[in-house]
Design a protein around this ligand. Structure first.
Ligand code: GLU
Length: 398
């Protein structure tokens, strides 16, 4: 038998659609095209000055030129534990923290540490594009639990119960949600958390958008609302979204000490410690106050309202006002099958192609999130760009 050049495990991985759309937009821009990017979720703000200054100083300190413990700088782990208590009320020790190369790496580590081959992970859909791949790479089986507009893209205990089998090990719980912007109220979190505890499931709670909630919505952390789940819960978080630090690549996972120790062993062979300069920057971020995110939240809130109303003005588009994160998830099914500029897109993927080709507007099609018929649009771009991009879409689809 001839061996394949690429392993079947890695050969089955598709490229990240969010990063692919972002890369295409940036490449077109480099060629001089005037592209408006609603693709990747990346704040348009620069990282706050005191964080950058801490990184600059760190470069000059020879201690940061050497390996540090795989699991992270001890003072950063302490600061993450303190920040977690401050922000969500979850009390953890530094030994329960593993610092990772961004939230995405925390997710990959978590599923690699929890899943045996065939273990099923319940993944409410629409879901962020990288979750199923991380689960599959770990040998697990992602089981999508579809939700729709009628429930505000929130799942229920009844739906989860129906998806449960004797192989279910983990529930992935994301609030505020990427890609829909849904935020679960405390009562729902309590019901879902208690259900998971009763069923003996693990919960992976992705809280990367914890500070980006609007209006009356509030972020609640599942292991705080349901302490019974804490011994089988991993919380994923990072500095990217709260402090506009996507490029610094610092995230973390928080969980029971045995899970963190095992994940740390794994990371010791994979990547070792996260770059010290980034860790020092993250330390300045989490030790500091939340003023910068307060300012960004006010801007996102304004953009959220603008984009939702501009989307709903387009006939054939239907958009719920999101309560968190910085994404809208409009249904575009009313546009499918219609003719625009000589083309007749029949899927949201084809419609997204049309938008970039004809209006130079980049969006991520719902197919990437297990929800064809939708677009995901990040509103973490400047107000002027947002209005310009929306005007172009309105003209194209008008
Ligand atoms: N979390 C962001 C997004 O969904 C960053 C890009 C990515 O890594 O997917 O757009």
């Amino acid at each position: 038998m001839t061996a394949t050049r690429i392993s079947s495990r890695v050969g089955a991985v598709s490229p990240s659609a969010t990063l692919a759309v972002d890369a295409r937009a940036k490449a077109l821009r480099a060629e001089g095209e005037d592209v408006i990017g609603f693709g990747a979720g990346e704040p348009d703000f620069p990282t706050p000055e005191h964080i950058v200054a801490a990184a600059e100083a760190a470069c000059r300190d020879p201690r940061n030129h050497k390996y540090t413990p795989t699991s992270g700088l001890p003072e950063l782990k302490e600061a993450i534990a303190a920040k977690t208590l401050r922000d969500s009320g979850l009390r953890v020790s530094a030994s329960q923290v593993l610092v990772t190369n961004g939230g995405k790496h925390a997710i990959a580590n978590t599923f690699a540490t929890l899943c045996d081959p065939g273990d099923e992970v319940l993944v409410p859909a629409p879901y962020w594009t990288s979750y199923p791949e991380a689960i599959r790479l770990a040998g697990g089986v992602p089981v999508a639990v579809p939700t729709g507009v009628e429930s505000g893209f929130r799942t229920t205990v009844e739906q989860l119960d129906q998806a449960l089998t004797h192989r279910t090990k983990v529930l992935l719980f994301v609030s505020p949600s990427n890609p829909t912007g849904a935020v679960y109220p405390r009562r729902d979190i309590e019901l879902i958390g208690r259900w998971a505890a009763r069923r003996g499931l693990w919960v992976v709670a992705d809280e990367i958008y914890e500070h980006l909630v609007y209006g009356l919505a509030e972020h609640c952390s599942m292991p705080v609302v349901v302490p019974d789940i804490a011994d089988r819960c991993v919380v994923v978080n990072g500095v990217a979204k709260t402090y506009a630090m996507t490029g610094w690549r610092v995230g973390w996972m928080i969980g029971p000490a045995d899970v963190i120790a095992a994940a740390s062993n794994l990371q010791s062979h994979e990547t070792s410690n996260v770059a010290n300069i980034s860790q020092r920057a993250a330390l300045a971020a989490v030790e500091g106050d939340l003023r910068a995110v307060g300012e960004m939240r006010a801007a996102f809130d304004r953009r959220r309202q603008t984009i939702t109303s501009m989307l709903n003005e387009i006939v054939g588009v239907d958009c719920l006002e999101p309560e968190g994160a910085f994404y809208v998830f409009p249904s575009v099914s009313g546009l499918l099958g219609r003719e625009f500029r000589g083309r007749r897109p029949s899927t949201s993927a084809e419609l997204a192609e049309l938008a970039i080709d004809e209006a130079k507007v980049a969006v991520v099609p719902g197919e990437a999130f297990g929800a064809p018929g939708y677009f995901r649009m990040s509103y973490a771009l400047g107000d002027d760009h947002l209005v310009e991009g929306m005007s172009r879409l309105a003209k194209l689809f008008g």
